[in-house]
Design a protein around this ligand. Structure first.
Ligand SMILES: [Zn+2]
Length: 390
């Protein structure tokens, strides 16, 4: 199942016995560095889930999933995985291995709470990468935090003019028809007097055209290039104007240390995401200072979701914001008189964003004081003349 479809399915999942466990575990090798490796994380998980701090009923539910999680960590976890997110419950087990670290998180209720998963996914956006030297260009796609090669484009010698191309062509034909090889003398050799610059230019043009096609099928926000800075403009300037600003030269091609490439890309992706979150927050705060189309607190924001007036919601992915909701009619005020069920108000927003797009979300760094003071959730509202930027 496609990731988006799976996320939507999880958002529509409900267990009336309230035994759905959503759990994020940071399995990053870097934090903390530990000689026991994965074993460290599974024993940390077991003592966390089995902690006497949890009420007895919760501990019993957690016992039902801890064994399977332990097994997953010790036998199935991919070496490059930095974060693990699991949704588990009666007849349900979905695990997501993430290429970025994730903060530990636990929520048990009638629905999953996938905000931490969604936040981690925003830190692993799709990108295209071109690595080039004079011999060839290699196109990669980064998706889900994993880089894989799509295509190699070799530099093919560019012939100087049509006359040479013709003589070369006829020389090849003659050789193929059994004529003595000596006939491929002077004129044939001329074909290889090509210009390196033209060859690299043609190869990078071809790569740019290919990236443009890829972008149409699966858009990305970033196109990263590694190679000679002098030749980079051949690639960038060939792209259509709309894509040109996305193309960033990240440095020379690291020939010996491939891992530097991944590290450089991860840093760039990370700073892009951080800058965007900061810009979103600044926009909210300046509008809040003017009291201009903003809303604060889940009680205000949730009823507005269906009106189409919410342009962006700011959430703390690590805070489920427990609330209640009517089982029969779905209303949250409690005025209907029906019995109420537990709910995560963060999940209500995430679910709405996935099932009724577009609703842009900004995940704020956990524990931000300004967000807590505003009830743990804020929103930009759209009114005439004021729209969400994306
Ligand atoms: Zn009701």
């Amino acid at each position: 199942m496609e990731l988006q479809e799976l996320l939507k399915k999880l958002c529509s999942t409900c267990d009336p016995t309230e035994r759905l466990v959503s759990l994020a575990l940071n399995v990053s090798k870097a934090s903390p560095p530990h000689p026991e490796g994965r074993g460290f994380h599974s024993s940390r998980l077991l003592s966390w889930l089995g902690s006497e701090e949890h009420p007895l009923t919760l501990r019993e539910i957690l016992r039902g999933v801890s064994g399977k999680m332990e097994l997953h960590i010790e036998t199935e976890l991919r070496p490059e995985t930095e974060g693990l997110f699991v949704v588990a419950g009666p007849g349900l087990w979905e695990s997501f291995e993430l290429a970025v670290p994730i903060k530990d998180f636990l929520y048990v209720g009638p629905t999953p709470c996938i905000a931490p998963l969604l936040e981690a996914l925003t830190r692993m956006p799709r990108a295209y990468v071109i690595r080039f030297d004079q011999q060839e260009g290699i196109l990669d796609e980064v998706s889900g935090g994993v880089r894989r090669e799509i295509e190699r484009i070799p530099s093919v010698p560019v012939e100087r003019d049509a006359q040479h191309q013709m003589s070369g062509h006829s020389a090849r034909n003659q050789a193929g028809s059994g004529r003595p090889a000596t006939r491929m003398g002077g004129g044939g050799r001329d074909r290889y007097e090509y210009c390196v610059e033209e060859t690299v230019e043609a190869m990078l043009h071809q790569a740019a055209d290919r990236v443009q096609t890829l972008q149409q099928k699966a858009p990305s926000e970033s196109i990263y290039a590694f190679g000679d800075r002098k030749h980079f403009p051949y690639f960038r300037d060939r792209l259509p104007a709309t894509l040109r600003s996305q193309a960033i030269h990240l440095g020379p091609l690291p020939h010996r240390h491939e891992e530097l490439l991944g590290k450089r890309i991860a840093e760039e992706q990370d700073s892009r995401v951080r800058n965007r979150v900061e810009a979103d927050i600044l926009e909210f705060q300046s509008r809040q200072a003017e009291q201009c189309y903003v809303a604060s607190g889940p009680e205000v924001i949730l009823p507005l979701l269906d009106t189409g007036k919410v342009a962006r919601v700011f959430l703390d992915p690590g805070d489920p914001l427990p609330g209640t909701k009517c089982i029969s009619c779905g209303s949250r005020g409690g005025a209907c008189g029906h019995p109420l069920a537990a709910t995560s108000m963060t999940q209500e927003v995430v679910s709405h964003a996935l099932l009724h797009p577009p609703l842009p979300l900004t995940f704020v760094a956990p524990g931000a004081a300004w967000l807590k003071e505003s009830g743990g959730m804020t929103a930009l509202l759209s009114e005439k003349g004021i729209h969400g930027r994306r």
